[in-house]
Design a protein around this ligand. Sequence first.
Ligand code: ZN
Ligand code: ZN
Length: 331
Amino acid sequence: MFVDVDNALKSNISEETGVDSNKHSKTISSNYLKGLQLRHFLLYDVLPGVGSAIAIGLLWLQPISLIEISLLVGMWVLTGIGVTVGFHRHFTHRSFQTSTPIRVLLTILGSMAAQGPLTSWVALHRRHHEYSDRPEDPHSPRLHGEGIWGRIRGLWHSHFSWMMAHEYPNIVHYAPDILRDKAVMKTSRLYSVWILLGLVIPAILGGVLSGTLQGAGLGFLWGGVVRIFLVGNTVWAINSFGHVYGSRPFKTSEYSTNNVWLAVSSLGESWHNNHHAFQSSAKFGLWWWQIDFGYWVIRGLEILGLAWDVKAPTPKMIEARLKPSSQSQQM
Ligand SMILES: [Zn+2]
Ligand SMILES: [Zn+2]
């Protein structure tokens, strides 16, 4: 996913960009956008994979040190918070309110994950909820035929290949609230700068902490490139596996599932069936044992007075939506 917000917004300069952002159309189509999409896919989805393979190869020469592991985990958590707490729970679903400085910070951290600028991310995800597992869904694994090959094709599409070329949702239709937020839009327009910063910070820290140039290179590789690859794959796994395998305590209108094995790495995103059942809830882990680091961050902000109107279903609402057969397993 990609996009150049300024050009998408300048809806009337279609001769220049080919963008047709008619307020009433839900998708826009142009060769200009397709070119940007492909460039984004190669730079931020394919290249980090290549970089990660190189990083693993280099382990034969020198084992990974605590510095690289710390930079990888630290940057993973920070940018993961940007995606799940910022892009997803706050901006897409408005599951809690917060101040402008926090909104700007979440925009920066989410942008560092290189999963597309905020407006694109929000528009694509709102479209996913609108058409989950139907043909208009940007990344459903369920529409590629029957049998094992249909399943494999579906997983490949929803995990990775959809980003190469997908219908582009009209941000004027899907994300007008984001477009109206001046501070956030000003920040989001610097999308590429934030990605670069997300690579430079671990490089500088790696260099300073190790005292060597090689340490700077390894910091860039593990805290930047490998981290983009791993955070990306974790989020894509929710799009793919999270609509195919796992438990479904709630009977929702699509195939969303809960997956405990992704709960820690996705900071709670993998309680995806819970999320589809209660889309405006800031809390994805609805039972005590469902680890949800993203919600703990929001709860921490709330305790500090930095977040308010935090939405979550009551136990009664949860019980009312549960399928009868799953009540005994979940409680
Ligand atoms: Zn969502
Ligand atoms: Zn979903």
